[in-house]
Design a protein around this ligand. Structure first.
Ligand code: SF4
Ligand code: SF4
Length: 438
């Protein structure tokens, strides 16, 4: 069974939603479609106030450089490009569309031929990003410019507690997913693919094993967090080690998530661009836990009302409890990377007070990147950023294992992420200074 060193075993809590078949989500009166729901630059709007749009119509074009197209998830009337609260707490540009509830759709033109190049172009055209939550533009990833890729790894680990959308996709869209994987292999120029899936999803693994062929195999992985993190997954699946400062493509691998492969299938075979996704709504404070198709730009409040999510629960989390973000406003809208919305009660949240470090070393043992979170935190408090760098703050993947195991409940992941951010900003400042001085 494939696995990696370190990591943790949080309670899965998958049973709340794992048996819920994928259904349709709310039909919002208005959608606020974010222009930035991916890594890179915001897309550039191509619609004007008052314009009628169809579901699947391009509303914002990818900007120069790293960016992706954005499509309307409803038919209706554009009310304008407005500043609207995003998950970061800042107002960013969103296209506001009033839904006419007619669901009139338009589609991409069918592909005339299927080559590596036409598939990559279609993936870019459809605005597909990494739907496991990373939201990196998929076409750029699969193209792996200048690198020779021989292996595609499909991330079916879904190691975050509560989240079950990929699991349901594997069970309910098995054939489409198998074809999506094949298309991703062609797009990456890979001869073979490995689907890495944790051993708590045996039924999905069995179903996939029967559906895949032609160089695709399914590898069972130990149920351990963060099994789905890129470096850990690559090692677990094929024992290749990604060196520091390098990408999977540097060791001949490209990783795509299950939902991303399904989106590729839909774009190529059904000519449907990316404007909605499956989301898990779970936690003890939601009346109807579920896995549902949620249109990009749907306000979290609409989702809460649709599922009976308690707005006054202890905590609402976007994404999983390990890497997700606390939701501070239900006005925030779902995007391409919105895998889950959790409504948690007191017992599901760790509200212990932070106490002094007792030097137990558990955070060091748990860190899957081999870092020393306790020392990075101390260096941060001392403003000794050189030391924070020496202890590896730059390589933190934000998995939260250190905080999870800390008996003193220190906010380690927050500290390490802050140290990483400060180091990045200092480097950018230095670079800008060097440029200015010629
Ligand atoms: S330091 Fe970063 S990578 Fe290591 S356990 Fe903490 S959050 Fe994860
Ligand atoms: S796990 Fe917590 S208490 Fe133990 S060394 Fe790390 S920071 Fe200190």
């Amino acid at each position: 069974m494939g696995t990696f060193a370190s990591g943790v075993h949080p309670k899965g809590n998958k049973s709340i939603a794992e048996d819920k078949p994928i259904g349709r989500g709310p039909e919002p009166k208005e959608v606020y479609v974010p222009l930035l729901q991916h890594i890179g630059k915001p897309a550039v709007p191509v619609v004007a106030e008052g314009q009628r749009v169809l579901c699947g119509e391009l509303i914002a074009k990818a900007a120069e450089g790293l960016s992706v197209n954005v499509y309307s998830p409803v038919s209706g009337t554009v009310k304008g490009v407005v500043g609207h609260i995003s998950q970061t707490g800042k107002k960013t540009d969103h296209v506001l569309i009033e839904n006419d509830f007619l669901n009139v759709s338009t589609y991409l033109a069918p592909l005339k031929e299927e080559t590596r190049e036409t598939i990559l172009t279609r993936i870019a055209e459809a605005g597909i990003v990494g739907m496991g939550g990373a939201t990196f533009p998929t076409a750029a990833k699969l193209r792996a410019e200048g690198k020779k890729v021989d292996l595609l790894i499909v991330n079916a680990a879904e190691c975050e507690p509560y989240i079950t959308c990929d699991y349901r996709i594997m069970l309910e869209y098995t054939e489409q997913l198998a074809e999506g994987i094949r298309l991703c292999m062609v797009a990456a120029g890979a001869e073979r693919a490995i689907v890495g899936i944790e051993n708590n999803k045996k039924d999905a693994a069995d179903k996939l094993m029967r559906a895949v062929n032609g160089g695709v195999s399914v590898k069972i992985l130990k149920t351990k967090y963060p099994q789905g993190a890129e470096k850990q997954l690559v090692y677990s699946c094929c024992r290749r080690v990604i060196p520091e400062n390098k990408l999977p493509a540097d060791v001949g691998v490209v990783v795509v998530n299950v939902h991303t492969a399904l989106a590729v299938y839909k774009a190529v075979r059904e000519n449907t661009p990316c404007y909605e996704r499956v989301m898990t709504v779970s936690g003890k404070r939601v009346e109807k836990p579920c896995n549902i198709w949620v249109k990009n730009g749907t306000p979290y409040r609409d989702i809460a009302q649709f599922c009976g999510g308690d707005e006054n629960c202890e905590r609402i989390v976007a994404g999983g409890p390990m890497m997700g973000d606390a939701v501070f406003s239900l006005k925030v809208c779902a995007g391409k990377g919105s895998s889950a919305l959790l409504f948690l009660d007191e017992g599901e949240c760790d509200e212990r007070r932070s106490e002094a470090c007792i030097g137990c070393g558990r955070c060091v043992q748990a860190c899957p990147m081999g870092l020393s979170p306790v020392f990075i935190e101390r260096a941060l408090f001392d403003k000794n950023y050189k030391e924070a760098q020496d202890f590896g703050a730059d390589y933190c993947i934000g998995c939260g294992c250190c905080s999870y195991v800390c008996p003193s409940h220190r906010f380690l992941v927050q500290s390490v992420k802050l140290a990483k951010k400060i180091l990045r900003e200092r480097r950018e400042k230095e670079k800008a200074g060097e440029k200015a001085n010629g």
